[in-house]
Design a protein around this ligand. Structure first.
Ligand code: HEC
Ligand SMILES: [Cu+2]
Length: 330
């Protein structure tokens, strides 16, 4: 079909087929009328243009048959589009009962996914062939939760809840090793400020058994791993990796400085409200402050823009684990 070959990734949810069907219907209908109307226009121009020896015919004032035809046919077509669009919209609005519920919290410029057992992740993980409801929230401005392969998109609105749901039809791979998956893409589809373009994440669709195992492990990162390993997982899940490279990549792709090989080194920072930089050392308290109050001191040569990680977003024990990880990366 046209929609999923030209405009979208392959269909991966139960609603994708009808969304694309309606898209294609509207597209081909428009194409048909475009060709028809332009065709008649060209034909009339050639037939009736003003030239020597051609006398102007009086312009017709009224043609009832024609007028009824051009009112009734489009009305029927618009009615058909409305019927299919509206029934599918209603289906997409209301999640089936007993859907698995994932909370989605959008913020500038991060996504957090929270699962019923307390697990949290930065990339989205869902089971295949199961209704999954997303309860959406925003901590600051309008964001929009958009997964093209599922053909779902819904705004995340500050101060209120919105929701959408999906039933994925294909897994993205098997096992818990993320490198054996070909994840789908999730985007923020509402321009939300300076770093809007980093608000994209991966979507993993698991076999049911794999998902159960994943969500169980994810709920207990700190218990099931050494602090260093837990810190590495959190660094990815909490969105740090979107803004900081750990391989020295200092390009504009990453708004924040690279964080490998920094432990114990000195840097120049400008305290808020001051114009003269001071020298600080990357140690435990500096990292903690960089996370809790990123705008209190700005690294010289950088712009403010780091997410403020409140204790709800990142617990104290999690900062400790991230510190262990930062110490370990050379
Ligand atoms: C939205 C992008 C963004 C995210 C997400 C982000 N940071 Fe940052 N970070 C920055 C920017 C930009 C700076 C430099 C400006 C400043 O000093 O605040 C920075 C600075 C830092 C610094 C000081 C670096 C130095 O060389 O002195 C540390 C440490 C740090 N971030 C750690 C983290 C950790 C840990 C996380 C995840 C919990 C994280 N950041 C998430 C953008 C981000
Ligand atoms: Cu956004």
């Amino acid at each position: 079909m046209l929609a999923d070959t030209m405009f979208f990734p392959p269909e991966r949810s139960t609603v994708a087929g009808s969304v694309d069907g309606l898209f294609d219907f509207i597209y081909y209908l428009s194409l048909f009328f475009f060709v028809l109307i332009i065709g008649f226009m060209i034909y009339f121009v050639l037939k009736y243009y003003q030239r020597d020896g051609h006398t102007e015919a009086p312009s017709p004032s009224h043609n009832e048959t024609l007028e009824i035809t051009w009112s009734v046919i489009p009305s029927i077509l618009v009615g058909v589009i409305f019927f299919f669009g509206f029934t599918e919209y209603l289906n997409m609005r209301e999640a089936p009962e007993n859907a698995y519920e994932i909370q989605v919290v959008a913020s500038k410029w991060n996504w957090v996914f929270k699962y019923p057992n307390g697990a949290e992740s930065g990339d989205l993980h869902i089971p295949v062939d199961r209704d999954v409801k997303f309860l959406l929230q925003s901590q600051d401005v309008l964001h929009s939760f958009y997964i093209p392969a599922f053909r779902i998109k819904m705004d995340c609105v500050p101060q209120r809840y919105t929701w959408t749901w999906v039933r994925a039809t294909h897994t993205t791979g098997s096992g818990l090793d993320e490198s054996s998956h070909e994840p789908l893409r999730l985007f923020c589809a509402e321009y939300c400020g300076q770093q809007h373009s980093i608000m994209h994440r991966k979507v993993f669709v698991h076999e049911t058994a794999d998902f159960d195992q994943w969500v169980e492990k994810a709920a207990n990162i700190l218990e099931n791993n050494t602090p260093e390993e837990a810190g590495k997982i959190l660094f990815g899940r909490k969105g740090c990796a979107q803004c900081h490279s750990v391989d020295g990549d200092n390009s504009a792709k990453y708004p924040g400085p690279p964080l490998n090989g920094q432990w114990g080194t000195e840097r120049q920072v400008t305290p808020r409200g001051s114009s003269s930089p001071i020298t600080v050392t990357m140690d435990e308290n500096y990292v903690r402050q960089s996370i809790r109050q990123p705008n209190s001191e700005i690294v010289v040569g950088r712009k403010p823009g780091m997410t403020v990680f409140t204790p709800q977003l990142l617990k104290d024990e999690e900062i400790t684990a991230i510190i262990a990880y930062l110490k370990s990366i050379k």
